[in-house]
Design a protein around this ligand. Structure first.
Ligand SMILES: Cc1cc2nc3c(=O)[nH]c(=O)nc-3n(C[C@H](O)[C@H](O)[C@H](O)COP(=O)(O)O)c2cc1C
Length: 161
């Protein structure tokens, strides 16, 4: 039997980036959640994926929209990370943002963005695996990613070139 404390401690040894998955419903209401489980999956065809918790309120709202934009956060966006990592009725309140080609919220200063159509959703344990077909993407020439490791946030500043 694997206890949850051991699982979290050991899996926390694997560092991740931090991304905000965003989408806008037809009525204009915007949704978003932080994930550390974002990953490239396939180049041909271009597919990416992430794992939302079955209990995620935001994923329940995004799923029927059928589209999402991945916003890869920079190390200067810890405030954005905290905002989108907690449940709230309007996580976008007073937050300026642009739009991806498909109309999903594009967060200012994200270091990269990937606009996707939901390709498939697979139940896996207490999470879903969401696979997205990449329709458009881009990145900034500057900025370093926000990193999550051992239960804390980090950046690349202390690494040599
Ligand atoms: C660094 C970090 C990584 C996270 N990764 C995930 C993830 O991969 N999947 C997930 O469902 N929640 C993840 N969360 C938690 C969600 O962001 C959080 O539960 C969610 O935004 C709560 O809001 P919601 O109920 O509106 O979805 C992560 C949180 C942090 C701080």
């Amino acid at each position: 039997m694997i206890d949850s404390a051991s699982y979290r401690r050991v899996l926390g040894a694997y560092p991740t980036g931090v991304a905000v998955i965003t989408a806008a419903a037809p009525d204009g209401i915007r949704h978003g959640l932080v994930v550390g489980t974002f990953s490239a999956i396939s180049l041909d065809p271009p597919l990416v994926g992430f794992f939302p918790d079955r209990k995620s309120r935001s994923w329940a709202q995004i799923a029927p929209i059928g589209r999402f934009c991945v916003n890869v956060l920079g190390s200067d966006q810890l405030d954005i990370c905290r905002r989108f990592a907690m449940s709230a009725d309007d996580k976008f309140a007073d937050l300026a943002h642009g739009h991806s080609p498909s109309g999903q919220p594009l967060l200012e200063n994200a270091i990269a963005w990937i606009d996707c159509a939901v390709e498939s959703v697979i139940e896996v344990g207490d999470h879903f695996l969401v696979v997205g077909a990449v329709e458009a993407l881009g990145r900034r020439d500057t900025g370093t990613p926000l990193l999550f490791f051992g239960g804390a946030y980090h950046d690349l500043a202390d690494l040599p070139d």
